[in-house]
Write a protein that binds this ligand. Structure first.
Ligand code: SF4
Length: 62
């Protein structure tokens, strides 16, 4: 699946990094997908990060 963070919605809480540090990082105060991790296998930690994002900034597409 494809993972994307919408910079217009993200406010840099860092929750996604806490839940899935192998996919997310915080850059310049905002959440971002680590380079090369935009495509990932179905991963419950990434789904948790998307569901737990307080601003619903994380999009997962198949
Ligand atoms: S959990 Fe959501 S709001 Fe927080 S840093 Fe990650 S993408 Fe941004």
């Amino acid at each position: 699946m494809k993972v994307r963070v919408d910079p217009e919605l993200c406010y840099g809480s860092g929750d996604c990094v806490y839940r899935a540090p192998h996919v997310f990082t915080v850059m310049d105060g905002f959440g971002a997908v680590l380079p090369g991790r935009e495509e990932t296998d179905d991963d419950p930690r990434v789904r948790e990060a998307a569901e737990g994002c307080p601003s619903q900034a994380i999009t997962l597409t198949d």
